[in-house]
Design a protein around this ligand. Sequence first.
Ligand SMILES: Cc1cc2nc3c(=O)[nH]c(=O)nc-3n(C[C@H](O)[C@H](O)[C@H](O)COP(=O)(O)OP(=O)(O)OC[C@H]3O[C@@H](n4cnc5c(N)ncnc54)[C@H](O)[C@@H]3O)c2cc1C
Length: 416
Amino acid sequence: MRYSFLSILANGLNGQSGWKPAWRDAAPKPSYDVVIVGGGGHGLATAYYLAKVHGIHNVAVIEKGYIGSGNAGRNTTIIRSNYLLPGNEPFYEWSMKLWEGLEQELNYNAMVSQRGILNLYHSDAQRDAYARRGNAMRLAGADSELLDKRQVRAMYPFLDFDNARFPIQGGLLQRRAGTARHDAVVWGYARAADTLGVDIVQNCEVTGFLREGGNIVGVETTRGAIRAGKVALAVAGSSSRVAEKAGLRLPIESHVLQAFVSEGLKPVIDGVITFGAGHFYISQSDKGGLVFGGDIDGYNSYAQRGNLPVIEDVAEGGMALMPRIGRLRLLRMWGGIMDMSMDGSPIIDRAPVPGLYLNAGWCYGGFKATPASGWCFAHLIARDEPHAVAGAYRLDRFRSGHLIDEKGVGAQPNLH
Ligand SMILES: Cc1cc2nc3c(=O)[nH]c(=O)nc-3n(C[C@H](O)[C@H](O)[C@H](O)COP(=O)(O)OP(=O)(O)OC[C@H]3O[C@@H](n4cnc5c(N)ncnc54)[C@H](O)[C@@H]3O)c2cc1C
């Protein structure tokens, strides 16, 4: 069923009796051309593009809980393409372009809101680094503007410009960046993939791999064995644990990242703001809550909940940036498991074991990557060669030393 003004009108007139479930609750079949492990945004987007772009419809997405129960439904919803390095910027800009057409493509309201992101700078050296990043973005076709203090003050007069330790000098603005409703992105991809014949199998945990000779030819699950021409992992924070079952040790550590939401307010912040002298970022949801976060918890964990020291650290960042946040009450907080790679950049590659494909290492930046990750992973699975904008995301870079070491994308040695 296509969602449209007419379908809303028709169902309004017939007592809302014509709506169908947005996707089928599929039972696993004995075999598929491709089995994707992980029903987050990346797994579902990969399934959608495999069917839509490459004509591979005999696909299952296997999810141990319910779709979106991982990081896809836990993130702070920021989308942007303000990266510096040539290995990253074209990929994230491609993702931004896919976001811009996503709702029409999926026929689903993912609440993509290009409200802009402002990265504040607090020193001359930081301004120069942001100028460089902005120029690199423009060379890759993205938009960026370097603002001075007067321009930032006109946008957000309530920030603490004269903070004794971290005075705000200006900011790097990407107007096309913004937010998207994370659950709706999951549901939109699930519905669109299901329409193209993809089976979405929930409450089904992958517990091992089927092997023939040295090849992986399927998965063992809590609902029985499933054979597959190709098996693709998109399990984010569980990457190291699931890959271990295939005998792989990935250059990934899992850490918790927490997010926070305040009580609802009238509109006060109409974009996304990041503090440049610590790690704190903030936006306002359409319901009115201020949504904010900061650093990962500093120890390894597979728990989907965090601890108090980071809450204090994040609150300090918020107070340094906008002191009036101190009058707010915190309403909710939660945690997700981050797949921290050792250079802060992802892996989209064939695994060293034939038949297995890897999508991992998203650190705390994988939501914005969802469309391009799905697009490029589907390309790799279908054609057995990397997509042009994801060519740098090879697993063997950690052996050869060709790291994509971009500050601000995730990995920081002192947190590992
Ligand atoms: C608090 C927080 C804030 C964040 N903020 C942002 C942000 O503002 N912008 C941004 O770009 N990114 C952000 N991120 C990061 C982003 O959410 C992730 O990088 C991204 O969602 C990861 O990809 P995914 O959606 O496919 O992962 P997930 O949704 O985690 O999907 C992986 C799925 O695999 C399933 N799985 C695991 N093991 C198995 C198994 N054995 N069998 C079957 N299924 C399995 C899990 O249940 C899970 O549903 C944030 C993350 C968190 C936690």
